[in-house]
Design a protein. Sequence first.
Length: 304
Amino acid sequence: MSVLIVGSIALDTVKTPVEEHSDLLGGSASYAALAASFFSPVKLVGVVGSDFPESEFAFWKARKIDSGGVQRANGKTFRWSGEYSWDLNTRQTRSIALNVFEHFKPKLPESYRKTDFVLLANIAPSLQAHVLDQMDRPRFVAADTMDLWIETARKDLDTLLPRVDLLILNDSEAREITKETSLIKAGRQIRRMGPRHVAIKKGEHGALLFGEDEFFSCGAYPLEDIHDPTGAGDTFAGGIAGYLAGTVGTVHFTDLRKAMIYGSVLASFCVEAFSLERLRTLSMDEINQRYETFKLMSQFEVST
Ligand code: AMP
């Protein structure tokens, strides 16, 4: 089965303490779509401007990412610039230019409306809801969000949450939305706001998953070299949604546990290079090898 992904498509400028690169392909949907495409066909929804490289459309086609839902508008592509401090965890947004995103109203092609799996990657919750409104009862809806929407669009976000099967957010956002210091309390409280499952990302410390009576905790892959953390969260979400769409009919908690590991594996590759460069050359064999390493790493009863 395929997965519909809506989110931002951007040209990024990223500065780390050692390097700076500009005009990089970025955006939540770009990362999520490429990550998901390792497991299932993708239907991409977004908007780009006239400065957007045509070569990306050819790349998407080669990766079975249907770009029929990507609007080409007159004007400039959405631009974002961020700077990381030495821990490569704390990030400051240097600038943001909405450009063609400002008047973006996603309109789904007819062929997209019956897609069973949906990932509402990070964009304004009102746009995420607008996409869901056009869909014909999807089986599973995953959604990502960010601090900006918790602070500026809380009402829209609260309305969206009961329509979501899996909400993905990071630890600081989970604390911000609930005003809880404990992530365990926060995860449970967010579930009570509507989503059937909640995944809380903890960066280099892994992720937590909350279901009705179920709980799962996974570590992160112990990487020695991180070059650019941008998009790790979007890649994690894309890996989860793609894995579920490509391999699972009805989603059970056990499937979500595996999906979290695949998401973590994909995210660990993402940060090895700037932009989507590492994901572009990644192979399924490499993904499976790292998945097996994850399995070994988390075993604590070993028969001798
Ligand atoms: P992440 O590192 O997972 O938080 O995602 C980084 C990506 O999010 C970058 O490639 C940006 O282009 C994109 N981005 C930044 N701000 C926003 C925003 N307000 N809405 C949508 N996408 C954004």
